[in-house]
Design a protein around this ligand. Structure first.
Ligand code: ADP
Length: 258
């Protein structure tokens, strides 16, 4: 028995033999470790805005007590921290819902070109704020088996990232193509790009290239983890390519027939 495995022997009764179960303890320990890390990270992420909220509250009750202007400023700051907590909880709930159903194939039919146009419309206000334009390029409708809501979420997360981390004022492209048995949807930005060593880790929960930068842009560190799980559920692949100084492309490749 290799060192990483342990045999569990249960006697089934005299003369009836024994049942031997081999368990990969290293794998179990890894999963346990990942679970513990996740709980620690999630608690830390939630505690940060909570600490800020308590601090602002104390200021309103103390030093800013008789200063309505300062109170208004701190109430505004409290609102943005409360929004941050809400975003985090929404993302945590999405992630756990998708993970629980990851083995279930989504049912339904989705036109990815329609999803791309919908996401462009939903994000038109955000794009304007960043001085960006979202351009959609398709060959007409590309219909696949899948969940529309989930694929909207994927494309929205990717396009929001392209706006948040790509350079302001530059174009963000959403390209939908049918490629034989596959439907390819890519989101391309012309921003600063991502250094190679970060790319394999981007879909880990709470992994960010720059934590402060992500927080200041309202990021939770869960967007790409959600994307990865939805793509897995659709039996697809996510391919990330990036060049420093040129921009990044997030390609989602989904089977047309599900
Ligand atoms: P966040 O909520 O921080 O945006 P994500 O999981 O969506 O979390 O993304 C993880 C990290 O990947 C981000 O914090 C950012 O550092 C990096 N990233 C994602 N998309 C892009 C992009 N288009 N250009 C540059 N960096 C990106």
């Amino acid at each position: 028995v290799p060192r990483a495995f342990r045999a569990h022997i249960s006697c089934l009764g005299q003369g009836k033999g024994a049942l031997i179960t081999l368990r990969d303890l290293t794998r179990e320990q890894q999963i346990e470790r990942m679970r513990a890390d996740f709980v620690a990270n999630a608690s830390h992420e939630l505690r940060t805005p909570l600490t800020a909220l308590s601090g602002f509250l104390e200021t309103i009750q103390g030093p800013a007590k008789s200063d309505p202007k300062a109170q208004e400023k701190f109430l505004g700051l409290m609102k943005s921290q409360a929004e941050r907590m809400r975003r985090l909880i929404d993302d945590l709930l999405s992630l756990s819902r998708i993970e629980m159903n990851e083995h279930v194939r989504p049912s339904g039919e989705v036109d990815l070109a329609q999803v791309a146009h919908h996401v462009r419309d939903v994000l038109s206000g955000m794009a304007k704020d960043f001085g960006c334009e979202i351009a959609v390029e398709t060959d007409g409708s590309v219909t696949i088996a899948g969940s529309r809501d989930e694929l909207v979420q994927v494309l929205q997360n990717l396009a929001e990232n392209a706006l948040k981390y790509g350079s302001s004022g530059k174009l963000v492209e959403i390209i939908v193509r049918k490629n034989g048995e596959w439907a390819d949807v890519s989101v391309r930005d012309h921003g600063p790009g991502i250094a190679e060593q970060h790319i394999p880790r981007l879909t880990e929960r709470f992994y960010r290239v720059n934590v402060q930068d992500s927080r200041s842009r309202g990021g939770t560190g869960l967007g790409l983890a959600i994307v990865k799980h939805i793509v897995n559920r659709h039996r697809g692949k996510l391919v990330i390519t990036s060049e420093l100084g040129k921009g990044s492309t997030f390609l989602m490749r989904l089977p047309v027939k599900g």
